[in-house]
Design a protein around this ligand. Structure first.
Ligand code: XMP
Length: 520
């Protein structure tokens, strides 16, 4: 395996992802990993990640002496990236100090004439890479030579072929470094000779094995399953790992899409073999939402009630089986980065409801099988697990559901109108072949806005709705989708003709920022 020692960079998981993309097995460890944990593995290569510290500062993290000794003994190739390169330099006697200027963003990296570094095989003499550092290398350690520089820094790539050590000041793992993946591949495959035989199903098998150990022979796990790709993949994995000791629960809050509970139950049970239970709590939620129009209040009510129901379910399992010890969560890597990268107070734009906020009294330990993956990797894993394409390619759907797409009071009548219009819109997206290219699509109902129309010979005075389709990869920024007029026109005429209560349809052409994807 390739071991990535993580010094706390925001990009450490991206390194892992790039290595996985080469079909090479890798694992991420803390940079402070004890030798006992690392030594038993057959290590093909070690990559030292970037990190926020300065190597020369007191208290800065360092790889232990025992690990450096093991690297020397076993002759393991090492690549240091950013802080990782500075760590190499620091340990082997180079000089790291603050740079005159901090360097962030794109930089042109120039190879040193006459230096045929194997790391840059196949790359041109000059190439663009992405930098993000304050410290820099002022002198290379003995035995190392300079392999590339920029106009601002002399030593942006160093190497010591004898010791099998390479260092890069820039970040080859980010997509802003267009040839970065080639450099990583040169190191991992060509230099270190890692085997390219790892596939996504291996990820699943490793998880299944480790979760069996973690949960033990008697542990029970509860998990909320919405039917979205993340919770479906997590549930299928858990089901494969511990079968009937996994309790999958879906809550129908009355704000789901048309036939959602029925379809998700069928897919999970019949196609995925997961014994999902649906709790019909529509009346309970609707009762609590009566008269509520404020978006944040809606979210709080729905989130809080969801937690109450989940807690009740966990207690029932506990009573029946003696214990319910673990909670399954479909957390993805971007959720993890977002939650750790906000160091200071940040404005609450919207309170996203998520099971992470379960009360401490539940005392459940978390299992997060997707914590290291990005959305497209979860989809690849879903396909590898044999989950159907419809489940794998579904757009995300927010926890509060249609409640935050009804701008005003949420009640059964409004939910029914919206559900109907939304189903038509989604059907037309599938029919026209646009569903996959879109990140998220939905209809918003504005029950407080009425417009005048004419149907047959009569006047109508009805609701307005808006169609929102966005293109996005990370849901942090988004652009409105350029849906052909013809498709819009079909949607509009079908909605107005078929949905009682809507006589006007608009298309939302705002991007995020400054708008958000949802309207509330
Ligand atoms: P916004 O509206 O903030 O949405 O641009 C970004 C993404 O988050 C989803 N979203 C939520 N998901 N609970 C969720 O589980 C929520 O309360 C929630 N609010 C927004 C939204 O659908 C989009 O995918």
């Amino acid at each position: 395996q390739v071991a990535i020692l993580d010094f706390g960079s925001q990009y450490s998981h991206l390194i892992a992802r790039r290595v996985r993309e080469m079909n090479v097995y890798c694992e991420l460890y803390s940079c402070l990993v004890p030798i006992e944990e690392l030594a038993p593995h057959n290590l093909t290569a070690i990559i030292l990640s970037g990190g926020p510290n300065s190597v020369y500062e007191e208290g800065a993290p360092h790889v232990s002496k025992e690990i450096w000794d093991m690297i020397a003994e076993r002759d393991i190739p090492v690549l240091g990236i950013c802080y990782g390169m500075q760590e190499l330099a620091h340990v082997f006697g180079g000089k790291v100090a603050p740079g005159q200027e901090r360097e962030y963003g794109k930089a042109m990296v120039k190879r040193i004439e006459g230096c045929q570094s194997r790391l840059f095989d196949g790359l041109p003499e000059e190439f663009q890479m992405w930098m993000s550092h304050g410290d820099k290398l002022h002198a290379v350690p003995e035995g190392f030579k300079k392999a590339a520089g920029t106009s601002n820094a002399d030593f942006v790539a160093i190497e010591n072929e004898d010791k099998k050590m390479w260092g890069l000041q820039f970040h080859p793992e980010v997509t802003h470094s267009p040839r970065g993946a080639d450099i990583l591949k040169n190191f991992v495959v060509n230099i270190a000779g890692a085997k390219q035989d790892w596939v996504m199903t291996d990820y699943a098998n490793e998880f299944i094995e480790s979760v069996r150990k973690q949960v033990g022979e008697h542990g029970h796990v509860i998990g909320a399953v919405s039917g979205g790709v993340d919770s479906t993949v997590a549930a299928v994995l858990m089901n494969k790992a511990i079968g009937h000791r996994f309790h999958a629960v879906m809550v129908d809050n009355g704000c789901l899409r048309k036939d959602e509970a029925k379809n998700v139950l069928k897919r999970l049970r019949e196609d995925c073999g997961v014994d999902l239970r649906c709790i019909d709590a529509a009346d309970r939620f609707m009762g609590l939402l009566e008269g509520v129009t404020d978006p944040e209040r809606k979210r709080k009510i729905i989130g809080g009630t969801f937690i109450d129901i989940f807690q009740e379910e966990a207690e029932k399992i506990e009573k029946e089986f003696g214990h319910c010890d673990w909670l399954l969560q479909g957390t993805l890597y971007p959720d993890v980065i977002e939650s750790i990268s906000y160091k200071g107070p940040s404005a609450t734009i919207k309170t996203h409801h998520n099971v992470g906020g379960l009360p401490a009294t539940m005392k459940l330990k978390l299992i997060e099988p997707l914590r290291e993956l990005f959305k497209d990797e979860v989809r690849a894993l879903g396909i590898a697990l044999g989950i159907d394409e419809v489940s794998v390619w579904r757009h995300p759907f927010p926890g509060p559901g249609l409640a935050i797409r009804i701008l005003g009071e949420v009640n059964k009548k409004h939910a029914e109108i919206l559900r109907h219009a939304d189903a038509i819109m989604i059907e037309e997206l599938y029919k026209s072949g646009h569903y996959r290219a879109i990140g998220q699509a939905f209809v918003v109902l504005m029950p407080t806005v009425k417009s005048v129309g004419v149907m047959g010979d009569g006047r109508t005075y009805e609701n307005v709705c808006a169609i929102r389709c966005v293109e996005t990869t990370d849901y942090m920024t988004a652009d409105f989708y350029h849906l052909p007029y013809e498709v819009m026109s079909n949607m509009s005429s079908r909605i107005i003709n078929e949905v009682r209560g809507i006589n006007r349809v608009c298309y939302d052409i705002s991007s995020k920022p400054p708008a958000t994807i949802e309207w509330e």
